[in-house]
Design a protein around this ligand. Structure first.
Ligand code: SF4
Ligand code: SF4
Length: 453
């Protein structure tokens, strides 16, 4: 079907938890709320050690770009503020709250008053919502940027990464909230068409959503399902848009450039609930799975729970995990230990035993072309890798390195086990550095001239 998704790859789905309703963690001993949980500026802590906080109370915020407020996910006392080195290698401030065991709600939580588009955007910001599919873009900013340009809402329920079934469960367990969220977004953005894109390996969710789409559609808003083949990375934004609409998002542009707004299904369901309850984003569903896990499950967790408490809750491990991944195995991030907290963007915790985590030794490229055939962006991963290794920014640019969406298909299919995506990511860093230097060099003569006058 056109330029992008004629490729992509088959991966083992391992969706062992799709029939398991999330189990809710009612109480946890402590949460560690990172002040930076998503794309955009980090929050400033608004509490100090010793403060008593309630569930839903704002504990961090900032006026700087693209931020959203952060809310207490349990009630209790602020134990300390600390700096935590997170999985990306950054040092991030965090507020640690010790539970009082009561989960007392903040008194001022109430459904937002939504009359105008501006009310809606402000309420979405106040809810603390960021993309729950993993991208972590602040939703209020996404909605603002799409307003006036988007004619179609695409709800992303593809969930193409192996293991993860958090959105699948949301589609089954909170389909009414999904419909209400769609209606809200459509109302305030003047959208008349919504399509829920879902892979064909989720038959029960497709049946449920289809019947609700028929009921919820009206002359003003047509809601339908778009059934997609289960191939990875079907849920990647550009692939998803093209598969459902045939529209191609230009390089460097947002989906609104082609009249589309894409929202993850769990984010849409959250908005539907938030409009009714006023409860901000304080919990999320996480799939706990992997070869080291004795009892895979979906768990509804307070944001900020640490992996060690989560894994304790989900039962004995079969073996000590040799590899810990937050979110999916293809695009997730490895954590060195179980001391990391769950953030708003994490939809899975995957724990693998030594055998599964073993890194295969690399060998020389045999020029089989599997990485080129598997790339959904029509790139040449083997040449990009070579350009990175040569430190050749011009070649990286010519090979369109910035078009790489880091889906990992190339590394997955490579018989020589070459670390292609890792090196392409580093190659993108070379390009960014080169661009920054070029800008600084271009600005220098002007600054010199100004200084000399
Ligand atoms: S898949 Fe691996 S071995 Fe084959 S061409 Fe690409 S880099 Fe070379
Ligand atoms: S990681 Fe980049 S180069 Fe590799 S398959 Fe995905 S888009 Fe293509």
């Amino acid at each position: 079907m056109g330029i992008f998704f004629q490729k992509g790859i088959h991966v083992r789905h391992n969706k062992r938890t799709s029939a398991l309703q999330p189990v809710r963690i009612e109480h946890c001993s402590e949460v560690t709320l990172l002040m930076k949980q998503h794309i955009g500026a980090p929050c400033r802590p608004l509490v100090v050690p010793g403060d008593l906080v309630k569930v839903g109370q704002v504990i961090g915020d900032t006026d700087e770009g693209l931020a959203v407020p952060l809310h207490a996910s349990i009630s209790g006392r602020v134990a300390r503020l600390e700096i935590l080195r997170v999985v990306t290698g950054e040092d991030v401030k965090a507020v640690v709250i010790t539970s009082d065991g009561k989960m007392t709600l903040a008194e001022d939580l109430a459904p937002p008053v939504l009359e105008t588009q501006e009310d809606f955007f402000r309420a979405v910001r106040a809810s603390g919502l960021v993309g729950l599919g993993g991208a972590g873009f602040p939703t209020h900013a996404k909605l603002r940027s799409a307003a006036g340009d988007a004619d179609t809402l695409l709800v992303n329920a593809a969930e193409c990464e192996p293991y993860i079934t958090a959105d699948h469960r949301e589609a089954l367990d909170a389909a009414d909230d999904v419909m209400e969220g769609i209606a809200l977004i459509a109302r305030f953005l003047g959208i008349h068409t919504a399509v829920i894109g879902i892979e064909n390996n989720k038959g029960d969710a497709i049946a449920k959503l289809r019947s609700l789409c028929a009921q919820a559609s009206s002359h003003a808003l047509k809601i339908s399902t778009g059934i997609l083949p289960s191939r990875y990375p079907q849920g990647a934004e550009k692939v998803f848009i093209h598969s459902l609409t045939g529209r191609v998002v230009p390089v460097g542009a947002l989906p609104s450039a082609v009249g589309v707004l894409v929202m993850n299904l769990a984010s849409v369901a959250f908005l539907g609930r938030y409009a009714k309850t006023g409860r901000p984003l304080i919990s999320r569903t996480v799939t706990v799975d992997g070869s080291a896990v004795a009892k895979p499950m979906n768990v509804r967790v307070p944001i900020g729970i640490k992996l060690n408490e989560l894994t304790e809750f989900s039962g004995q491990l079969k073996s000590a995990p040799a590899k810990i991944i937050l979110s999916g195995p293809m695009m997730g991030t490895a954590s060195p230990d179980l001391n990391a907290p769950i953030s708003k963007c994490n939809n899975a915790v995957l724990l693998f035993d030594r055998a599964e985590a073993a890194v295969q030794p690399e060998s020389a490229c045999i020029r089989c072309g599997a990485c080129v055939r598997g790339c959904p962006m029509k790139l040449q991963p083997l040449k990009l890798e070579a350009a990175y290794r040569a430190g050749n920014a011009a070649a990286l640019r010519a090979l369109c390195a910035m078009n790489c969406m880091e889906c990992g298909c190339c590394s997955y299919v490579c018989p020589a086990k070459r670390e292609l995506v890792q090196r392409i990511r580093l190659g993108k860093g070379i390009l960014r550095t080169a661009d920054t230097k070029a800008k600084a060099d271009a600005a220098a003569p002007a600054a010199q001239k100004e200084a000399s006058t």
